[in-house]
Design a protein around this ligand. Structure first.
Ligand code: ADP
Ligand code: MG
Length: 261
């Protein structure tokens, strides 16, 4: 792994102000993600994970602290960052191909090259022949794959993934985890994945960061070292001898009791 820092968060705090009062969501959170690293964030529901991704993506203005991507403060959405969410946010009235081209169009990329890239990604990821289909003709897994391709079409170097597999059934989830991890690693992308699934976090990541309850800060960081065959896959990782002990340690660290759920 390169030691170049792709994302750096220093002393980040965030509070929402609404008619019903103030909610302190992040408090003095610091975290760095290296170039090419796959890092996961786990934490109690409502602790501020999506807020953190929104701040890194430039969708939410920083109130207090610093967020740097590629060494520069984030001031708004940029090409460098791609976002994949739990709900795929596909437009039902646009075909698969037109959904994939949307991100490119927003960025003013209408060149033959970017159109070619959209076609090529659809072919590479098993959606050749579905270009003219509409989202409601696809399975949940295929829809999420289209959303991923739309994100990748603009060639971001950082991917922020906010529970992208949470709505999928177990088999589809394992397949997509493998695909997404393969794509991200093969292309040298940097990834920050939010998930409530501890096994998913361990099986996909170089590092798992456990957050405290709200207001969230970093509670504990686990470097994941698994004994694996040459090609790392999320399913293979689940069979590594060290896997269970990471699960238990992270579960303990999350410190979730019945009173919290
Ligand atoms: P997580 O993704 O970890 O579940 P979120 O970042 O979505 O947590 O939310 C953290 C807290 O902030 C929650 O209590 C949520 O209700 C509150 N919250 C999220 N977005 C807003 C908003 N736009 N305005 C006010 N409160 C919000
Ligand atoms: Mg969330």
């Amino acid at each position: 792994m390169s030691s170049t820092e792709k994302i750096r968060i220093d002393g980040l705090s965030h509070t929402y102000y609404t008619a019903r009062g103030e909610t302190a969501v992040l408090r003095d959170l610091s975290l760095a993600v290296a170039e090419g690293e796959f890092c996961s964030l786990v934490g109690p529901s409502g602790c501020g994970k999506s807020t953190l991704l929104g701040l890194i993506a430039g969708l939410t203005p920083v109130q207090d602290g610093r967020v740097l991507v590629n060494g520069a403060p984030v001031h708004g959405p940029t090409r460098e960052i791609g976002l994949l969410l739990q709900r795929d946010h596909l437009f039902e009235w646009r075909t698969v191909l037109k959904n994939v081209k949307l991100g490119l169009e927003i960025q003013g990329q209408r060149s033959a090259e970017s159109r070619g890239r959209a076609h090529q990604l659809l072919t590479t990821y098993g959606l050749a022949g579905f270009e003219q289909h509409y989202p409601d003709q696809l399975s949940g897994g295929m829809r999420q794959r289209v959303a991923l391709i739309r994100t990748l079409a603009t060639d971001p170097d950082v991917l922020l993934l906010d529970e992208p597999f949470a709505a999928l059934d177990y088999q589809t989830k394992l397949v997509l985890e493998r695909e997404v991890q393969g794509i991200i690693r093969a292309n040298g992308k940097t990834a920050l994945l939010v998930t409530h699934d501890i096994e998913e976090a361990i099986s996909m990541s170089d590092r798992v960061v456990v957050l405290t309850g709200r207001p969230a800060s970093v509670k504990q960081v686990y470097d994941i070292a698994l004994t694996l065959p040459a090609e790392r896959t999320p399913l293979g990782a689940r069979n590594a001898p060290e896997f269970r002990s990471y699960c238990n340690a992270i579960w303990d660290s999350l410190d979730i009791y019945l009173r919290d759920v």
